[in-house]
Design a protein. Sequence first.
Length: 371
Amino acid sequence: MIIIDGDYPMAVGAITAGRDLKKPIEDVRAEPPLRTRAYEWNNKETMATIPEMRKGKIAAALVKVVACVLKPGHDHGEYVSAETAYGSAKGQLAYYQLLDEQNEVKILSTKSSFEDHMQLWESNQDNTDDLPVGFILGMEGADAIVYPEQVNEWYEQGLRVISLSHYGVSYYSHGTGTGTNGGLTKLAKPLLKEMEKLNIILDVSHTSDQSVREEFKIFDGPVLASHQNCRSLVPGERQQPDDILKEVIARGGVIGASMDTYMLNKHYELDWGGHIPNRREIFPSELITLEDLVDHIDYVCQLSGNSNHAAIGGDTDGQGGAEGAPHDVDTVKDYMKISDILSQRGYKQTDIENIMYKNWSNLFKKELKDR
């Protein structure tokens, strides 16, 4: 069995948090903090490095560039302007491109490259130690796209998935942390239409309910939810309601279940627009396990009536690392435990394979183009 991870903001951990993710995970976890590190992420909580992904049989991941501009009235954002967000995002993109040049990873921007890569991994499942990890390039929050037509430049450099917002308000839409009443901005429609021409996949994660519903009215291209859980199971605006999940399903999209324990805790409704307390102040680590994650996977399967739209969307390390993951997850190697839980719940092998990797694989084989 192999895995595709639907969300891994790897470059943020590497560049902003100062981690050498070509090293074995035990080496990264032993590294002391750097004085220049902008993010106070604990290296001891690192869940993924390239060698660890190989050990965990993660054949591919949707990796992200993330650069958000701080807007008045919202306290999320690392950059002061679109120009600085653009520069940071281009640096993150260059990081992925260099890893590709070094044969550590393989950027999969075309249908043929994706198919060849998956065939390589499917044929060598028992010996993945020396295989390159496949990367599909995505952008989380579109502030780094300075004007709508500039998305063509990003496409030429390999970007294939975009979400319009992250936390707060982007130049294009309202996102998590703003309540659910704000929608798209006037720049959104021209960006969505440019994305549609290029067949860039729209990621509806981290986007306010109103914005997503407006996106559906404008955008006729492919959609996915890279790391998104179900509001019917866990209340709170970061999770999505059934009507949005059903529309993603109806459009042939895939919904990746997030490992973020804030999004898996049935007993606590987090105010995403206010102060976010330390997890251990409000619930013990032992309270959230992969059983809770599989509840969301199963819920999507029940909504769709089959196993063709549910998948893993780890938000790997982006949700805080092992401290913010289910109690039975230490590194990405533990993602494989999901298959055992699905089997115990009566899922057939073909359904388990769909959820672990084939749903993502089928979507990218369908939507990536050879041009």
